[in-house]
Design a protein around this ligand. Structure first.
Ligand code: AHR
Length: 504
C-alpha cells in the first residue's frame, strides 16, 4: 500500500469552480449529429427528431456549454444552408470529413436542442472559407431582436426571440494544414482581430475565443499564440487550447500520466498570453478556453475519413471505445482543468455523442455510457464552490515520456456555503493500491467532517470497455475503506483507479 498525503487548507484557493469547465462539443462529424443527437426514427425522438435518451444522458453528464458546429467542419460551412424550410436545404460536401451533409440539422434545430437540454451554446464562425461579413450575418441572425434582414429571417423561420449567444469562437484550429483555409499566424491574426472588432460593434456583450495552436506539437506552438494575441489582445477574451491524449502504444505508465502534459500545456499557453500582456502593457488577462480535449485513438482505422467517390452521410468515424484506463486518464485531465481554474475559464470534452464520446448510440436503437462518462459526471455534479490548492506528497514512478511522476494526483473543492468538500483523485500505479490520507481538521469549524460518499472506478482488467450489451459491469462503486478518525481522512484506492470522496 503506497502512502499518499494530501494537504488542504480552505484559506488557499485557486479560484472558483467554473460551470463552463464542464462543456462539450457537437460537430457535424460522423454520427455525432445524425443518429447521435438527432434520429427522427428513434422511439424516443421528440417532435424535432431529437433523441430524448441522449438529452437525458447529456443532462446526467452535467454538460454546461456545447460548442457547435465544428471543429474542422466549420471551416467549410455555410450556416445559411441549415436554416429555413428543410425541403429547400441543399446537401453539401463536407470536405473536412469527406462526407455529405443534408443540412437537416442546422442552427435553429441546434438551438432548440440546446434550450431543451439546458446547455449554453458556444458558436464557432467559419474563418476558413469565409470572413467578416458572414460572421456578422450569423451574429445578426442570432442576437439582433428584429427589424433587420437576418434577424427578420430568423423570425420568419419561427424564432421570434433572439438567441443572444454569448460565447463565439473565431474559427477553428486555423494553423493546421488539414484545416480548410488554414493561415499563417500573421494572416489569421489580422482576420481574427478585424472579425472580433466588427462582431463587437454589432454586439458588445459577446465573449470571443481566438484560436491558439491546434496542438502543443505544432512547430509554431507558442509563437503562434504570441503573434495572434499581439494583434487581437484587446478584442478577445480567451485563447483556445486543444489536446488529445492517445493510444497507450504499450506504454500505459506514460499514458496514465497524460495530465502532466496537460498541466504543462496550460502553463505554456498562459505564459505566452502573459508575455503579450506584459509587452503590450495591457491590464486585462486573456484566459484559456480548452475547447477540445479527450483521449483519442487517432491511429485506429475508425479515425480515417472515407476516400474517393464515397461521400456518405453520417459515416462511422472516430467511434473510439473507451476502457477503464481511459476513464482514469479522462478523470485526471479533469483534475488538471480544475486545478488550473484561475486560467482555464472554459473547456469542452470532445465530443458528446458517438465521435470520441462519453455517450454512444445505435441508429434507431440503444444508447449507453462509455467508461469516460463517469468521472466527468461525478466531477460536474460534485465539484462545487472553490478549488483548493492541494499539496501532494506521493511516491513517484518512472515514465518514458515524463520522467518520474507522482503515483497519485488529486484536486479538491470546497463549497463555502455548506462547508462540503469533494476530493477527486487518481491512482496511476499499475500494480499498487495507495492509501490517501488528508488531515481535514482545518476544513471546518462547524463540527467534524464525515464521509458522505466515497467511490472508486477500477477493474482488475483495465482494458474492460462498455458496450451496448454491457455498459454497467464496471461503474464507480462504493469504497467502504474511507473513514475520518481523529480528524484525518484515510481511504485505500486500487491501482489504475478514479476516485471521489465527499465530506460533509
Ligand atoms: O474533434 C475532432 C477534430 O479534432 C475537430 O474537428 C478538430 O477541431 C480537431 O482536430
Amino acid at each position: 500500500m503506497l502512502p499518499v498525503t494530501l494537504t488542504l487548507d480552505p484559506a488557499f484557493t485557486v479560484g472558483p469552480v467554473r460551470r463552463r469547465t464542464f462543456g462539450s462539443f457537437v460537430e457535424h462529424l460522423g454520427r455525432c449529429v445524425y443518429t447521435g443527437i438527432h434520429d427522427p426514427e428513434h422511439a424516443s425522438a421528440d417532435e424535432n427528431g431529437f433523441r430524448e435518451d441522449v438529452i437525458e444522458m447529456t443532462r446526467e453528464l452535467g454538460i454546461s456549454t456545447v460548442r457547435y458546429p465544428g471543429g474542422n467542419f466549420v471551416s467549410g460551412y455555410r450556416w445559411e444552408d441549415g436554416v429555413g424550410p428543410r425541403e429547400d436545404r441543399p446537401t453539401r460536401l463536407d470536405l473536412a470529413w469527406h462526407s455529405s451533409d443534408p443540412n437537416l440539422v442546422g442552427l435553429d434545430e441546434f438551438m432548440e436542442w440546446a434550450r431543451k437540454t439546458g446547455v449554453e451554446p458556444m458558436m464557432a464562425v467559419n474563418l476558413g472559407t469565409r470572413g467578416i461579413q458572414e460572421a456578422l450575418d450569423l451574429l445578426e441572425y442570432c442576437n439582433v431582436p428584429g427589424g433587420t434582414h437576418f434577424s427578420d429571417l430568423r423570425r420568419a423561420n419561427g424564432h421570434e426571440e433572439p438567441y443572444r449567444i454569448t460565447m463565439w469562437c473565431l474559427g477553428n484550429e486555423m494553423d493546421g494544414p488539414w484545416q480548410i483555409g488554414h493561415k499563417t499566424a500573421e494572416e489569421y491574426a489580422r482576420l481574427a482581430a478585424e472579425t472580433a472588432r466588427a462582431m463587437r460593434l454589432l454586439d458588445p456583450t459577446i465573449e470571443l475565443v481566438v484560436c491558439g495552436s491546434s496542438s502543443s506539437d505544432m512547430p509554431t506552438f507558442g509563437t503562434w499564440e504570441a503573434t495572434v494575441l499581439a494583434e487581437t489582445y484587446e478584442h478577445v477574451d480567451y485563447i483556445s487550447a486543444h489536446a488529445y491524449y492517445w493510444e497507450e502504444d504499450g506504454d500505459l505508465a506514460s499514458f496514465l500520466a497524460s495530465a502532466v502534459d496537460m498541466d504543462h500545456f496550460i502553463e505554456s499557453v498562459t505564459a505566452a498570453a502573459d508575455y503579450v500582456r506584459a509587452a503590450g502593457k495591457h491590464t486585462k488577462r486573456i484566459n484559456i478556453s480548452f475547447d477540445e480535449w479527450n483521449v483519442w485513438y487517432q491511429k485506429r482505422a475508425e479515425s480515417k475519413p472515407p476516400t474517393g467517390d464515397d461521400w456518405p452521410v453520417a459515416p462511422v468515424l472516430l467511434e473510439d471505445q473507451y476502457n477503464v484506463a481511459d476513464a482514469v486518464v479522462v478523470g485526471n485531465l479533469i483534475i488538471s482543468l480544475l486545478r488550473n481554474t484561475d486560467r482555464v475559464h472554459a473547456a469542452s470534452l470532445a465530443q458528446l455523442v458517438n465521435v470520441i464520446a462519453p455517450i454512444m448510440t445505435e441508429p434507431g436503437g440503444r444508447s449507453w455510457k462509455q467508461t469516460i462518462f463517469h468521472p466527468f459526471a461525478q466531477a460536474s455534479q460534485h465539484a462545487v464552490g472553490d478549488v483548493l490548492q492541494v499539496g501532494i506528497d506521493a511516491p513517484t514512478y518512472d515514465t518514458a515520456r515524463f520522467g518520474a511522476v507522482p503515483v497519485a494526483d488529486a484536486v479538491a473543492t470546497r463549497d463555502p456555503e455548506t462547508g462540503a468538500v469533494s476530493i477527486f483523485a487518481v491512482n496511476r500505479s499499475l500494480t499498487e493500491a495507495t492509501t490517501i490520507s488528508v488531515d481535514v481538521r482545518s476544513l471546518t469549524t462547524a463540527g467534524d467532517l464525515e464521509v458522505v460518499e466515497s467511490t472508486s472506478l477500477s477493474n482488475p482488467d483495465h482494458t474492460w470497455a462498455a458496450t451496448a450489451d454491457d455498459s454497467t459491469s464496471v461503474l464507480p462503486r462504493d469504497n467502504d475503506t474511507a473513514k475520518v478518525v481523529d480528524g484525518v481522512l484515510t481511504v485505500e484506492v486500487p491501482p489504475v483507479s478514479w476516485n471521489m470522496i465527499r465530506l460533509g
